[in-house]
Ligand binder design. Sequence first.
Ligand SMILES: [Zn+2]
Length: 186
Amino acid sequence: MVIKVIQTRYKGYHFRSRLEARWAVFFDVAKIRWEYEPEGYVVDGTPYLPDFYLPDLDCYFEVKGRPEYDLNFFRRFADEMGCRVVIAEGPTPDPDEWSCLDTIGLQVLRPRHAEASDDYTDDVAWGYKDMFLRCDSCGRISLMNEVYSTMKDNCSCNDKGSRLMPLDDALKAARSARFEHGASGR
Ligand SMILES: [Zn+2]
């Protein structure tokens, strides 16, 4: 039996999964520029085609529907490229069900620098994962732990009273998007 993967079309791109297309919708609504499968690489002899590159944040963005993947592979890729690799695991987070107390979110792998220690303990700060947050003063988007959204003056713009806000509208748009080619909304 041959099982054919039905691709998801959005904005002229053929995504390999609806989940990938949902993140593209998220980026669009959040006004984060994205490139889909821009270039392939070979990491330790294994060909690898990153899902997205986000030029505004200088990071790669990898969509994983399931938790089975080799984290060390992506760590090596982050080291090799010298930029962050973000892994989005599972469905796009539901802002109505998600609070900063949850560990739901993005796994941000930061490149290891030569002078740093060998461990990767900063991957998940305080046991919580990261999210895209927007400064309500300068509009800059950062990848940060959502617990920071409860604190003021945390953006690099240093604007007094600025807050980093979660992008609930973009998450909701991503979750409710309907696509061509057999979209069932799952
Ligand atoms: Zn700011």
